[in-house]
Design a protein around this ligand. Sequence first.
Ligand code: B3K
Ligand code: ZN
Length: 877
Amino acid sequence: MRTDTAQPPRPKHLGDYQPPAFLVEKASLTFALDPEATIVTAKLALRRNEAAPADAPLWLDGEALELLDLAIDGQPLNAEDYAVTADGLSVKAVPDRFELTTRVRIAPAANTALSGLYLSSGMFCTQCEAEGFRRITYYPDRPDVLAPFDVRIEAQDSVPVLLSNGNPVGAGKLDGGRHFAEWSDPHPKPSYLFALVGGELSHVEDRFTTASGREVTLRVFVQEKDLGRCDYALDALKRAMHWDEEVFGREYDLDLFMIVAVDHFNFGAMENKGLNIFNASCVLASPETATDADYEMIESIVAHEYFHNWSGNRVTCRDWFQLCLKEGFTVFRDQEFSADQRSRAVQRIKDVRRLWARQFPEDAGPLAHPVRPTSYLAIDNFYTATVYDKGAELVRMMKALIGPEDFRRATDAYFERNDGTAATVEDFLSAMEEASGRDLSQFRLWYEAAGTPRLALEEETRQTPDGYEHRLTLRQSTSAAGEAVSDAPRHIPFRFALIGEDGPLTGEQLVELTGEEQEVVTEGLTGRPVVSALRGFSAPVRLDRRLSLEDRLLLLRQETDSFARWSESRQLALDIASALAGLGDLAEPEETAARYAGALGEIARESTLDPAFRAEMLRLPSVTDLARVAPVIDPDALTRGHDALKRQVAAANASDLSALYDGLAQDEPYAPSAEQAGRRALRNEALRLLLASGEEEAAERAMAQAEAATNMTDEAAATAALALADTPLRQAALDRFYDRWQSDPLVLNKWLAWQAAYPGKTALDDIRALTEHAAFDIGNPNKVRALIGVFATENLRTLHRADGEGYAFFFDFVRRVDGLNPQVASRLLTAAESWQRLEPARRTMFENQLAALLGDKLSDNLFETATRLSAKPSSGP
Ligand code: B3K
Ligand code: ZN
């Protein structure tokens, strides 16, 4: 916590990297667990690093620790031999090789930041990435110091299950109603992968045999009441283990793999070696309590954390600037896994939708930063959509450029060469270059420069004696916001095909654009072509093109690349809604909306198409999506445009939607399969649209669905549709849901989120009242995200109330959270990353709130985000 606002904290810079002065050959830790006063004894076998200057002093990071003892080779140190500050401990003269012993006291029960060792619903647990280990003991808490760990945990018998990384090597009784457990992790690891859990836990167990015959025991630990909700995570884990062997040749390397579910967690999950700790919301599922989307998320997060065992743990990061090395790559791996488990086409649409929703706005606003940032105050602020999701896109582009075989050879070489070490983005790129013989030096710019390039398309078609000749001009430009601005051309893989009245006229081609401009000429075409551009979203760029309505509708009918078909539809929907809001320059919006509604109707009826894909096509962009691309955010106008489009699509297709809804009723028992989920998604999308038509009959239908539902997907879809609509049944639907689920905190997060997103007049009062409700808890990040996070990101009208009350409430809440949990407060504030595009009156009110916030005493995390937010005007979307 910063206490002196006159002295801003000093940022860290990528260019300042220095190798560690000391390496840890072995870390032996003993914990005597106690909520108020846990004693941590650390014995560290330290050795001077030859790669560092010979006279460098010993520095150990440490925060909020009470030092009780300090000794070198068993000899206690005198007070003048060392110095303790608020961030660590230094010892002047030390031998080249020695054993350092420290004993510290910490207070897990008082740890509301949920970083380090803390209590979650009475259970001891840890979170050490990025810099939480220094809140447990004095240590060189940086990812390039790797050590094998031995851990002994002692606790009261009332804390029966004691877990840490690696393999269990001992356990037994102690005097005074206490007991102990000992763990040993042979794989050298950085401190951020350390984990400890202690509590009253039950588990489910399974086994997995690796390709080379290692028998691995798999355990998912939960509170006893949740034992019935672990099967899916376990199933997903086994599928992920198998997939990583098949697709990346990666095997698991310990005899035990554990997952623990905890209620209080700052994000989704953590890949600690052999002991993944999960936010309960990302692991627990049963048909009655979890939606298809929850199942899908659990599958992908379980896989993501498991994949980190290689991309992150075996090969880790030299420093935190290299975060994308493990996160971008691992997101790419989990997206590929999900694509193989489910529908590749629909997975790509979902991944890009998320990139557009989260990364594009980040890249266009004051929080823009390169995939590999060059400076930070609080590294926790850089676990961003840019590092994760754009980072994944960069890996995907490289695979497209070098081809699948060379890509696999490159990842094999990368893992092999860097195994057991801390690597850099350069190590990854050179593996790609060596395996393929390609020069990726221009490609590096994607890692170094912030901002989303624009790709302008111009086309010219002329008739020749042998048919049609098509000339496509690609022109790229970048006006990057944020740090590391660079407008040098990027290396852009551009996938395209030419489509005619009756279908494709050519196969798919991959063009590599490396200069500012490039021309592609195709001759001898048998029909007049339209470009199907950026197929599969082959590069994270914004497409700029002018197409006639006729050509756009042709693409909606004839496009054979699902992603391109969906993105064309989505772009058209956004253009129409903007025009209906009185923005943009689309001609004849009403007439265009009618034709678009007709085209969507045709797709909805196209029974040979995958229902999951049809559901994506029917899912209109939200008003928040509209705000993300609007040059000026005027919440009232955008809401008008959005509602008008939705009503028109609904009204034009009412009878088809109704037939679709009835025809998709399922009577087989629930399974979270992609196939069943796709049909439910389509049916619930139809219901959502029917409700938008404002017919009370549709509301009754939704109520009937909520009451009769035997799974959470159908129950939640119907209740959410009612909770977001202005219908007399709204309150009844919310009350029914609450009565049914009041004793289930995870399920109630959905109930909180629907009310947080409700755009009606009473919304702010309702949300304020909910902060006092028994279902809410400001100390639980899931609750804060469900209520305040959703309010700030989805509820455009309420956050941006013309009287400024929405801002006052939001900023007040961010301040309160900061006093407890800086990471969550900082993340919450990023919801307002696009404030500079607000219409002038609101922008001024927002700016005043931001300035007032910066005048307060803030955590480093929040201070950094607030400072960056207020820094420079955005370059617009
Ligand atoms: N590596 C963790 C994220 C840690 C976030 C720290 N602020 C989970 C993941 O990406 O797998
Ligand atoms: Zn990750």
